[in-house]
Design a binder for this molecule. Structure first.
Ligand code: PBG
Length: 320
């Protein structure tokens, strides 16, 4: 009877296309990363990430207050300490930069949702995500320190702690530590499937966290592995993660989809620094249309299954 289908019926005009649209770029689902540096007074632009700055404490809080007035309420905090040591001690110091910022933000911008990155790489003098023993990252000792850092963030007012170190068992130890200290309302967003990726390059400039020797391949995942990523996500959920993350986003859209289909917790994806810089650089050269490409990229991450996206583009989106 009908020799062929006419899908173009649903694309005839903008109103019908709106009705037929399956996914939307919901601004309320975006999280904006903020870099706070204890050695800075004002702010300093990050060269490889046009439009992104690192801030001194006061300026960071002002920036968050300003963006929250524009409607952007979700932030992920990264700290750069005043000094580094072998253990990354400032990571769990009650007077550390992130802890101080948290107390101020929670006073000034009570409606905000604050996530804190929990890792040691920005705090250790060797730049590794854990502590070194006999030339290797010691998993269990690192986890103890990470749990202390998470507890100090939670005490200072973090809504969610986000361990990005990829040590084994850290979600369990952090959950235990928070619960034992009466902080059962503080959630955990685990960087669960975090790959050892060249897309983090520009970030390491921002966080001053490049390793002084070696690489992160003994804890971050091999980009070739899919089943292992599912196992990482499953075990983090079993250990108590409230949300799981796939990171980076664009080369890993398949895993975002699988996470969404398999697991019952919100799926977060991190549209990382290299993915941002590529777009900004090509746009500055006039080779691409930045806004259309940005929106297409973020929409594709949502369509793949991400409930929430961490992205440096969030600020542009809320300010335009
Ligand atoms: C810290 C951390 C990294 C990123 C987030 N947390 C870098 C790394 O693992 O080397 C990357 C974020 C980005 O590239 O935007 N462990």
């Amino acid at each position: 009877m009908f020799p062929f289908h006419r899908p173009r019926r649903l694309r005839q005009n903008p109103s019908i296309r709106n009705l037929a649209r399956e996914t939307s770029l919901d601004r309320t689902k975006l999280i904006y990363p903020i870099f706070i540096n204890a050695q800075l007074q004002k702010e300093s632009p990050i060269e490889a990430m046009p439009g992104v700055c690192e801030y001194g404490l006061e300026r960071a809080v002002e920036e968050i207050a300003f963006l929250s007035e524009k409607g952007l309420l979700n932030f992920l905090l990264f700290g750069a300490p005043s000094s580094k040591d072998e253990q990354g001690s400032e990571a769990f110091d009650e007077e550390g930069i992130v802890q101080r910022a948290l107390r101020n933000i929670k006073k000034l911008v009570p409606g905000s949702v604050i996530f804190t990155d929990v890792c040691l790489c920005g705090y250790t003098d060797h730049g590794h995500c854990g502590v070194i023993k006999d030339g290797k990252i010691d998993n269990d000792e690192s986890v103890e320190i990470l749990a202390k850092a998470a507890l100090s963030h939670a005490r200072a007012g973090a809504d969610f702690v986000a361990p990005s170190d990829m040590m084994d068992g850290r979600v369990l130890m952090i959950r235990k530590k928070l619960d034992e200290n009466g902080l059962s309302d503080v959630g955990i967003l685990s960087y669960a499937a975090k790959f050892s990726s060249a897309f983090y390059g520009p970030f390491r400039e921002a966080a001053h966290s490049a390793p002084k020797f070696g690489d992160r391949k003994t804890h971050q995942m091999d980009p070739a592995n899919r089943r292992e990523a599912l196992k990482e996500m499953q075990s983090d959920i079993e250990e108590g993660a409230d949300m799981i993350m796939v990171k980076p986003a664009l080369s890993y859209l398949d895993l975002i989809r699988e996470a969404k289909d398999r697991f019952l917790v919100p799926v977060v994806s991190y549209n990382v620094s290299g993915e941002y810089s590529i777009v900004k650089a090509a746009a500055q050269k006039g080779w691409i249309d930045e806004k259309s490409i940005r929106d297409e990229i973020l929409l594709s991450i949502r369509r793949a299954g991400a409930d929430i996206i961490i992205t440096y583009f969030a600020k542009d989106i809320f300010l335009e």
